[in-house]
Design a protein around this ligand. Structure first.
Ligand SMILES: [Zn+2]
Length: 350
């Protein structure tokens, strides 16, 4: 590995750089999250305050620090910016640092940075607009295939293919023969096949979902996203992402639904909407349930609570699946070496 050639100072200097590069990229991803779903250019115009339109000067556009120094406000008009700008920058800094610590300084690490960035943009656009832009999914797909051809054995599809060849040798010696004939292109070809695998996998799940539940179970964005994941991670790793994301999505989704049910937010919302502005007439005896205690004195619906309830209920009735997939994909990336070794052991049947 390269880090053994580096002095400790250089290794940690690069670790700090990875974090800084992450925050700078995070700042750019914020722009993408905001502009790509609206179909606007991510290059022009330069960053400006959405309230007063003043262009944000370079010294006010330093990741993390500017947000802290200006306390999240526009220097000119004082409009408060969402804390998410800060959080996305911090998140990307930490993820890039983690990837550096896992994989060490190498060219492949830059590919991992791009992969993480695309997933961050996809996650937040999915949360905001329930879409994962084609720029993320199809853009990521072509980038991944290009990188697999470029990096060859060092790419994740390349590593997965080597592991499959080693473990399947006694069953399927043709696999090694085909890979040898393909030579340097074998990893890229395997990435293409893995992309097709991811696409067909999710398409079939969607097809079964339509048959069984008579409604759209899988968005087109999710299908393209899995083609991208197959191309970058390899087909078997793509299966790990599917398992991890469906299990965690089902668990967290049911917890959210249950707490939502227990909190009775839907009912509160409907009752609050139905309530007259004036204090209600005396409730009939026997039905003196606790509306007043839910709504505060005089039965006035509290507008802020109401707005939060409406927002959560709207978000709960549509589960964006993208964030679960992205978290699973980043975990599979970080533990890819272990998973590829595990795959070898699972497949091996003496
Ligand atoms: Zn402003």
């Amino acid at each position: 590995m390269m880090q053994t050639e580096l002095t400790a100072d250089a290794y940690w200097f690069l670790a700090v750089m990875a974090f800084v590069v992450g925050t700078v990229c995070g700042s750019f991803f914020n722009v993408c999250i905001y502009r790509v779903p609206a179909g606007r250019s991510i290059v022009t115009p330069p960053s400006h305050c959405y309230a007063c339109g003043t262009r944000i000067a370079a010294y006010d556009n330093i990741p993390l620090l500017s947000y802290l120094m200006l306390r999240g406000r526009c220097r000119h008009c004082g409009t408060r910016f969402s804390a998410r700008y800060f959080l996305v920058e911090l998140l990307c800094g930490l993820l890039y640092l983690w990837a550096y610590l896992r994989f060490g300084p190498s060219l492949v690490l830059l590919g991992h940075f791009a992969f993480i960035g695309l997933l961050v943009v996809g996650t937040f656009t999915d949360i905001d607009h329930f879409i994962i832009p084609d720029g993320v999914t199809l853009g990521g797909l072509w980038l991944s295939i290009g990188l697999a051809f470029g990096f060859g054995d060092a790419s994740l599809p390349g590593k997965e293919l080597r592991a499959l060849i080693e473990t399947l040798d006694y069953l399927l010696p043709e696999l090694r023969a085909v890979a040898e004939r393909l030579g340097w292109a074998s990893s890229g070809v395997y990435a293409l096949l893995s992309a097709a695998f991811g696409w067909v996998l999710l398409w079939s799940i969607g097809f079964l979902g339509r048959l069984m539940f008579r409604k759209e179970a899988m968005g087109g964005g999710d299908i393209k996203l899995f083609a991208f994941l197959g191309a970058y991670l390899g087909a078997v790793n793509c299966l790990y992402v599917l398992m991890l994301s469906t299990v965690s999505g089902a668990l967290i989704g049911s917890v959210l639904l249950l707490t939502h049910k227990f909190a009775g937010r839907d009912e509160v919302e409907e009752l609050a909407l139905a309530l007259p502005a004036d204090p209600p007439m005396a409730a009939p005896a026997g039905n003196t349930e606790t509306l007043a205690s839910e709504h505060g004195p005089a039965g006035e619906p509290p507008p802020i609570v109401l707005r939060i309830a409406r927002k959560t209920s709207r978000q709960l009735h549509h589960f964006p699946f993208g964030p679960y997939i992205a978290v699973a994909a980043i975990l599979v990336l970080m533990f890819s070496e272990e998973l590829i070794a595990l795959t070898g052991r699972l497949i091996f049947v003496p």
